[in-house]
Design a protein around this ligand. Structure first.
Ligand SMILES: Cc1cc2nc3c(=O)[nH]c(=O)nc-3n(C[C@H](O)[C@H](O)[C@H](O)COP(=O)(O)OP(=O)(O)OC[C@H]3O[C@@H](n4cnc5c(N)ncnc54)[C@H](O)[C@@H]3O)c2cc1C
Length: 450
């Protein structure tokens, strides 16, 4: 059964007796998918076919070949798994709102179930489609373990205010997820198979940011990565995660971002590994920090700009707006890792080459962009541009929250005042030197071929 608190009506149109459409978007998987599961329950009850529809926009917040490749290869696995379950997978091209509306009209669909997503562009698609449609649109939150709309109805100040709310509700939501079954009611249309490679070429995805060969996308890649983490790196996570040389993090964010992996599945599996410091530290990141990011983006529409800054941070950044900067780099200099700081350049090179940057360095990296640009506004834009363009897990609420935390004090408190930063928390090269073997890290990425 799907907990009704996961479900949110986007309009009040009738549910009619036609095919049920699951409009897959943020949750790109067949297993552990609350939205798909809910859609199938509806289809079984009405004895009608079930379709998975994915609307592929020709461009999406600067996504490149790296992102389209990762996503489309994952979707090919979705198509294959869905076919085995008698659930056709339809990929529609063009502007998503129009594509879905045209499709449901033609199909005389009974209802559309879509994913929860707090980002503006997705809210725009879902809300506009729901407004125009003559059938019911239902949103199901399959991304958050405790549904985002239920955890809190307002923007939270920080982890310290969200944590008790989540902890209170978590026992009601953290359980095994039911799986869908082979669908007994067949659709009589034709679902054309798609070719990821051909689509990437047609989309003219920016080839300058290539795919990362070593990261296998899709549900298969995700479950292998989860098993590897639990077996080899969960023990020691609480210490190892802060060392960029230790390979101490889970590395799961690309799959979580594309919804190829369910956070609830991850949390459920990890929670069963015992009541240890490592398990607690990991769940703090996976549950509290991750769900805080969704809360932030849902309740702060300016999540990717200075508008997101709390009052104290805005005042302090304003006061220090005209402080002299020792260095000021252009976006191109940042992009090409041509600053005067070997650590910053190394972190940037790591991201350019692998599509990932270690979590600890992400904080240092974005704070330095504030220190070396002309204004906080430009710093936010540059950090978002680079993170979204090169990180496989970019364009995610976690990224917008992480950059807002680093540059404009979101979910943080005021610290000692200093030039440029004012009371925004500062991070230094020397501080990093004390945390890990900085020279070795720089050596590795200096030699790596771009
Ligand atoms: C400037 C900056 C930019 C960031 N950009 C992104 C981004 O684009 N996409 C992204 O997913 N995360 C981003 N983060 C958050 C965090 O750094 C990454 O989620 C994490 O490093 C991913 O590696 P992992 O999966 O090995 O994490 P682990 O340490 O293994 O954590 C497990 C999971 O918990 C969640 N998590 C961990 N740390 C955070 C955090 N600080 N905030 C929110 N959720 C967290 C992620 O879903 C992560 O996959 C950013 C942080 C900062 C400071």
């Amino acid at each position: 059964m799907t907990d009704k608190r996961r479900v949110h009506n986007l309009n009040s149109a009738e549910i009619s007796k036609g095919t049920i459409i699951y409009w897959m978007s943020r949750e790109q998987r067949i297993g552990d998918n609350w939205g798909l599961y809910y859609a199938q329950q509806m289809a079984l009850e009405s004895k009608v076919p079930l379709l998975v529809v994915f609307t592929l926009a020709d461009s999406f917040i600067g996504a490149t070949r790296r992102h389209y490749g990762f996503m489309l290869r994952g979707l090919m696995q979705v198509e294959e798994r869905a076919a085995k379950l008698n659930i056709p997978f339809i990929l529609l091209r063009g502007e998503p709102t129009h594509s879905i509306l045209r499709f449901i009209e033609k199909e005389e669909a009974g209802c559309v179930v879509c994913d929860f997503d707090p980002l503006r562009i997705k809210r725009h698609w879902f809300d506009n489609a729901a407004k125009e449609a003559r059938v019911r649109f239902i949103e199901v939150d399959g991304h958050n373990i405790v549904p985002c709309r239920i955890t809190s109805p307002k923007r939270e100040y920080g982890a310290y205010t969200l944590r008790p709310k989540l902890n209170r509700l978590l026992p009601e939501f953290l359980y095994d997820i039911p799986q869908i079954i082979r669908h007994p009611f067949l659709w009589h249309g034709v679902a054309e198979a798609f070719d990821a490679e051909l689509l990437i070429r047609e989309l003219k995805a920016d080839e300058r940011v290539g795919e990362v060969e070593a990261v296998f996308s899709g549900e298969a890649g995700a479950s292998a990565a989860l098993a590897d983490f639990i077996e080899n790196r969960l023990n020691g996570y609480s210490v190892g995660r802060n060392d960029p040389l230790a390979d101490g993090q889970s590395g799961l964010s690309p799959w979580l971002h594309f919804g190829q992996l369910s956070a609830q599945r991850v949390a459920y599996s990890v929670a069963h590994m015992g009541d240890t410091q490592d398990v607690a530290a990991f769940l703090e990141e996976l549950v509290v920090r991750r769900e805080l990011s969704d809360n932030f983006c849902l309740h702060c529409s300016g999540y990717d700009s200075i508008e997101a800054a709390p009052d104290w941070a805005r005042r302090t950044l304003e006061k220090h707006r005209h402080d002299p900067r020792r260095f000021c780099y252009s976006r191109v200099e940042f992009e090409k890792a041509e600053t005067d700081d070997p650590l910053w350049n190394s972190a940037q090179r790591e991201m350019l080459i692998t599509g990932k940057m270690h979590g600890y360095l992400r904080m240092y990296w974005s704070k330095k962009i504030l220190e070396w640009t002309e204004s906080p506004e430009e710093a936010i834009e540059t950090a978002i541009y680079l993170n979204d363009r090169y990180s496989i897990d970019g364009r995610d609420p976690n990224g917008y929250a992480g950059i807002a935390w680093s540059i404009c004090g979101v979910h943080d408190r005021a610290w000692g005042e200093r030039p440029i930063f004012g009371s925004i928390r500062y991070m230094s090269y020397d501080g990093c030197k004390k945390k890990f073997d900085l020279n070795r890290y720089c050596q590795i990425w200096k030699q790596a071929v771009l």
